[in-house]
Design a protein around this ligand. Structure first.
Ligand code: ADP
Ligand code: ASP
Ligand code: MG
Length: 419
């Protein structure tokens, strides 16, 4: 029988009623004659709650123990969903990542999957059971528990679909698909029938948390047909992710994303000589700190120094703070300035290739809203601007207007709107 992998996110599993609804949706797929593997996230905001609990003890928790703690969230959901399915007459069995053998590299909190053992899942599918698997978690060769990073259940699902050669991976969530931007920020954001892997990958990396970036990378790598659709409106087919060559490109910009989870660091007055940037970024890499946007200023002729600015994840700030003294000494810098009041606002579109004037339109739109741009970075299909955090929402709304990314209907979003 063809295998379909489904993934349900936390909001879709927030309480017993919602779990029953998910169970019905799983059974609907079984009725179509498919073998079903269902990957689940932790219920509701469980992961946020667990992180808060750890932070009440320490702001720099041990990463191994943090993975031990966070992996418990998904453990609850698998048992709950398998119970619901069985109580409704559908045979099912739950497995955590250790039982399945979702093997990852030996890194905590952001591990990558290296292999998935499929025998156990296949055996259960042959018995006519729905297999419910915990997302987000993995295990190393030494039996250490790992997690894949926030939002990582999407990646678990796609990787399992790839390993099982599934005909499809459906990501069920609290919105009806991929929109031109977060419908919580722009209620008239347009739902996209299709989007290319390349564009959704950029949007996901730039803060559109509807899909985990590594889920898209994995889908591309293993050729997994991927759909994002609504848990609450199962008849709607949602958004299909397809190759860029199959897209008809008629708009320069496909989507807008905002990321408020970074901080900007400025290292002031470093010597303008060969090896300075190498020294700085090697030190950061050696300490497992990922850097995003980087800008080096033009050297001041008076003292032959310049400033190097870059962004890092807010979650890495405590680690960075512990390296500040070493950086100041090694680079003979005068000061390190940290700006937490930033948001990265980005436009993405395969249609902007070879089309001049898109960056100018973006900057003009931000100027008209009186929004100051602190940093800019570009690639072939995206332009990002760093702005003040309080300007992010206004920037996204204005950019959607400029690039015609709105429609007449209001998106149906479950849950509360952010401020
Ligand atoms: P889940 O719990 O199902 O994994 P997430 O909260 O991780 O759900 O992702 C779904 C959320 O992603 C939506 O509620 C929406 O607010 C947000 N989102 C951000 N950008 C987009 C976008 N371009 N299209 C759809 N949803 C988006
Ligand atoms: N429960 C994890 C998180 O909240 C993984 C996921 O939801 O995909 O990040
Ligand atoms: Mg998610």
């Amino acid at each position: 029988m063809p295998i379909v992998v489904q993934k349900y996110g936390g909001t879709s599993l927030a309480d017993a009623e919602k779990i029953k609804r998910v169970a019905k949706s799983v059974m609907k797929e079984v009725e179509k004659g498919n073998s079903v593997v269902t990957v689940v996230s932790a219920m509701g905001h469980t992961t946020d709650y667990l992180i808060k609990m750890a932070h009440e003890l320490t702001m720099t928790p041990d990463s191994r123990e943090m993975d031990m703690l966070l992996s418990t969230g998904e453990g609850i959901s698998i048992a709950m969903l398998a119970m619901a399915l069985k109580s409704m007459g559908q045979d099912a069995i739950s497995f955590n990542a250790m039982q399945v053998g979702i093997m990852t590299e030996k890194t905590h909190s952001n591990a990558r999957i290296v292999k998935i053992h499929t025998e156990k899942i296949k055996k259960q599918l042959e018995k006519g059971r729905v297999v419910v698997v915990a997302g987000f978690q993995g295990i190393t060769e030494d039996n250490e528990i790992t997690t894949l990073g926030r939002g990582g259940s999407d990646t678990s699902a796609v990787a399992i679909a790839g390993a099982l050669n599934a005909i499809r991976c459906d990501i069920y969530t609290d919105v009806e698909g991929v929109y031109t931007t977060d419908p919580r920020i722009v209620p008239k954001a347009e739902k996209l029938e299709k989007i290319s892997y390349e564009e959704i990958l950029e949007l996901a990396r730039l803060g559109a948390n509807v899909l985990h970036p590594r889920a898209v990378e994995t889908a591309l790598q293993y050729n997994v047909p991927l759909r994002v659709r609504s848990t609450f409106k199962t008849d709607d087919l949602g958004t299909l992710i397809i190759g860029v060559n199959d897209m008809e490109i008629y708009k320069p910009v496909t989507g807008v994303a905002a990321d408020t989870s970074q901080v900007r660091v400025v290292i002031c007055d470093v010597q303008d000589k060969p090896g300075t940037a190498g020294k700085l970024f090697s030190l950061l890499a050696d300490n497992n700190l990922s850097v995003d946007m980087i800008i080096q200023s033009y050297a001041r002729s008076s003292n032959n120094t310049n400033d190097i600015a870059f962004t890092i994840d807010t979650g890495d700030l405590a680690k960075f703070e512990s390296l500040k003294e070493t950086i100041l000494e090694n680079l003979t810098a005068s000061n390190i300035y940290i700006d937490e009041n930033i948001a990265k606002v980005s436009i993405v579109g395969a249609g902007m290739i070879d089309r001049p004037g898109i960056a100018a339109s973006m900057f003009k739109t931000l100027t008209n809203e009186n929004i100051n741009i602190k940093m800019i970075s570009t690639s072939e299909i995206k332009i990002s601007c760093l702005v003040n955090k309080e300007d992010a929402k206004k920037a996204v709304q204005a950019l959607c207007k400029t690039f015609e990314l709105e429609c007449d209907t209001i998106a149906e979003v479950k849950g509360t709107l952010p401020d």
